[in-house]
Design a protein around this ligand. Structure first.
Ligand SMILES: [Zn+2]
Length: 340
């Protein structure tokens, strides 16, 4: 039977169940924080720990407090994942793909062992701000060798199940294109899925698919993350599906955070899904919550990993999605793109 590699070993297709294909159990996005403010008030906030008492300020200024951009506590991760498991969740994919992004392979293994949830780890490189000078100078062959080696031998013996590459803005930074070419080559060799964080504000993903295709990548294994913002461009998204790629709408539950990326409501995004279903793309859609800031977690008053089964799936039913269609989006599609 086809399977995908989880942190505890291979997971059979039939064991994946309800899957969140784009989350972060451990992450460090502090590379996106502005530099330390000069004024005392700003400086003090910048270095505070996130707590419920300052939650409103953090919601308004999510990137101005460094602690908000780091998830690195094992017991919090376990508690939060258990909330998802209690509602029928079976699998979570951690898309923190490298040490620079705050990935903790041993932490992922411990979460899987302590919750019974399947955890799938990613490997690759993230966007330019997370790269060192040395990272930026690597050749495609070097990055390919690094990613292939980790995919085959694991990170500290813990095995990844898919690849990731990311773009900060337009598809024009050499180091980011280098990662894209390298993951395309590795996908061709190992057959796994590839998650791409594209330029989220503009319709540039055909260029990503062109480059992957040049490197021999199977486009039917490609997941284009963060399609929420471009959801209104239904013909463009349809044309990406027609090349084989999956569209991931993965910012559900975060419309209350003061950042353009998360400003749309779940109802709007459900409308985008409906539009793609109408265009015949139901088997190319994925949904997730991309939990990556402390305030997104239930511990700090957010919706957490439980949001999809707890709130989104009932909202999809209310919006007219059948149980079969919901099963397709949340179980069958992730398993088809992952398992080989
Ligand atoms: Zn993410």
């Amino acid at each position: 039977m086809p399977s995908v590699m989880g942190v505890k070993g291979p997971i059979a297709e039939s064991d994946l169940g309800l899957t969140l294909p784009h989350e972060h159990l451990f992450v460090d996005l502090s590379c996106y924080c502005p530099s330390e403010p000069q004024n005392e008030v700003g400086k003090e906030f910048y270095h505070r720990e996130v707590s419920l008492s300052i939650r409103d300020q953090v919601v308004d200024h999510p990137w101005d407090i460094v602690d908000n951009t780091r998830l690195n506590n094992l017991s919090t991760a376990i508690e939060e994942v258990l909330l998802y498991a209690a509602l029928g969740g079976k699998t979570i994919t951690d898309l923190s793909c490298c040490t620079a992004m705050g990935r903790l392979p041993e932490g992922l293994l411990k979460v899987a062992e302590n919750t019974g949830i399947n955890v799938i780890m990613s490997c690759g490189r993230y966007t330019l701000p997370s790269m060192t000078e040395q990272d930026r100078r690597m050749s495609v062959a070097d990055v390919e060798a690094q990613i292939f080696n980790e995919f085959i031998n694991g990170a500290n013996g813990i095995m990844p199940g898919l690849l990731k590459s990311g773009f900060t803005s337009k598809i024009d930074h050499d180091a980011e294109i280098c990662t894209l070419r390298a993951v395309g080559r590795v996908q061709c060799r190992v057959g796994c899925a590839v998650a791409i964080h594209p330029y989220i504000w503009e319709s540039e993903s055909h260029l990503i698919l062109d480059i992957l295709e040049e490197e021999g990548c199977d486009l039917k294994r490609v997941i284009l993350c963060h399609q929420d913002y471009l959801g209104i461009k239904s013909d463009y998204l349809n044309s990406l599906c027609k090349r084989g790629a999956y569209l991931e709408f993965d910012t559900f539950g975060c419309g209350w955070i003061n950042d353009a990326m998360w400003q749309q409501t779940d109802a709007v995004k459900i409308g985008f899904l409906k539009e793609q279903v109408k265009l015949g793309n139901a088997d190319h859609l994925l949904i997730s919550g991309d939990i990556c800031l402390k305030i997104m977690l239930a511990t700090w008053g957010g919706t957490g990993y439980a949001h999809i089964p707890k709130t989104l799936i009932p909202a999809m039913r209310t919006a007219g999605f059948s149980n079969d269609l919901i099963h397709l989006l949340t179980v069958e599609n992730p398993s088809r793109v992952y398992c080989h």
